[in-house]
Design a binder for this molecule. Structure first.
Ligand code: SAM
Length: 347
């Protein structure tokens, strides 16, 4: 079907409807039930404990979106639907739950925010994102699972090849490492490396559980730490993955300074974040959307290369290399800024 300009506009306007339908189906567990072969309307309704009169209302559009199919009154998942089931490899279910439970309400505050010059989460009376999550185990768990499913998708091989030879023995510190999805990728690639995850106390149980389950508990530890305070660790490689974009420049500078102070002269820092272009560029659409996401949730932002350079310089760091790892997401390899002889001399 060729859409005219009006239809195309309408489709964009209606985006929230598809989010609501897919989210409700995930929250109900529609895709998991279909996968367990509760695949007829009545069986499905019984399994999900909902009235089939309501259930059919969301099954019809899901079929039209090609997320499920229905043949002879039997439902099954399409390739798209498979991604919404809990136990699928690379499942998007946790991401969808986060969108429905958390994102929609803050995104809908965007207009008021602009008019009132306040971040959307402030208008909802919310504290800083991570302070909020700290006091709510369920919300923190939804956030962690979403973050883990996003980070799982990153292919870091190009970064690893550039960074260090495979069998060199290294200490890796993942600052704000959450439940360890990123550091486990490092530890898989570098079989002799040891790892430390630094994060808030609420990430501890899920992180340690994951390390044990994936066989890393002898090579990696979780240490409770606040990255706004001096870090009590040493390491060859420090990682800040999807951390700086959560914070404004002032707070990001403080995090970077604390990391720099923990780095040895030969240590490297790897920042994993989007790099957006100054000029509006179709290649950066993911980054522009993430930029809004960071603003509405935490008053953070995505940055251009020039913005990273300024921030890093203020913290006494400089860029060594940049590797594009996934459609706008980059790994920025940094080192301590060159210390010139007169700075360390006897003056
Ligand atoms: C967006 S998540 C990134 C998680 C992980 N690095 C990844 O890429 O999957 C940001 C992380 O920063 C942690 N965090 C927030 N404030 C912190 C603080 N003051 N000190 C240490 N960690 C903090 C959060 O708990 C969360 O795990």
């Amino acid at each position: 079907m060729i859409l005219n300009a009006k239809n195309q506009t309408q489709m964009l306007i209606n985006g929230f409807m598809s989010t609501a339908i897919i989210y409700s189906a995930c929250e109900l567990g529609v895709f998991d039930s279909i996968k367990r072969e509760k695949n007829k309307l009545n069986l499905l309704a019984e399994d999900l404990n909902v009235d089939p009169v309501y259930l059919i209302k969301i099954l019809r559009p899901l079929e039209q979106y090609r997320i499920i199919r229905c043949e002879n009154e039997v439902y099954s998942l399409t390739d798209m639907g498979e991604y919404l089931a809990e136990d699928s490899e690379d499942s998007l279910k946790d991401y969808t739950l986060f969108c429905g439970r958390e994102c929609i309400k803050v995104w809908m505050k965007m207009y008021d925010s602009m008019v009132e010059c306040k971040a959307p989460m402030e208008l909802l009376g919310e504290d800083e994102l991570f302070n909020n999550l700290e006091n709510d185990e369920d919300r923190f768990s939804t956030f962690n699972k979403m973050m883990s499913s996003v980070s799982k998708q990153l292919d870091l091989e190009a970064l690893f090849i550039k960074l260090e030879s495979k069998f060199s023995c290294i200490d890796i510190v993942d600052v704000g490492g959450g439940t360890g999805t990123i550091i486990k990728k490092f530890l898989r690639y570098y079989p002799q490396a040891r790892g430390t995850i630094l994060d808030l106390s609420q990430a501890k149980d899920a992180a340690e559980e994951g390390l044990l389950k994936d066989g890393f508990s002898t090579r990696c530890v979780f240490k409770e730490a606040d990255f706004f305070k001096p870090l009590q660790v040493t390491g060859d490689i420090f990682v800040l993955s999807r951390v700086l974009h959560d914070w404004d420049d002032e707070k990001s500078e403080l995090i970077l300074k604390n990391v720099k102070d923990a780095m040895g002269d030969d240590s490297k820092l790897v920042i994993i974040d989007e790099i957006i272009l100054d000029s509006n560029n179709p290649a950066c659409i993911k980054g522009y959307i993430c930029d809004i996401q960071m603003w509405v949730f935490c008053n953070g932002k995505e940055r251009t290369k020039a913005e990273f350079e300024v921030l890093l310089k203020k913290a006494g760091l400089q860029i060594d290399d940049i590797i594009n790892i996934d459609n706008g997401t980059s790994a920025i390899i940094c080192k301590k800024e060159n210390v010139t002889s007169y700075e360390v001399g006897e003056i």
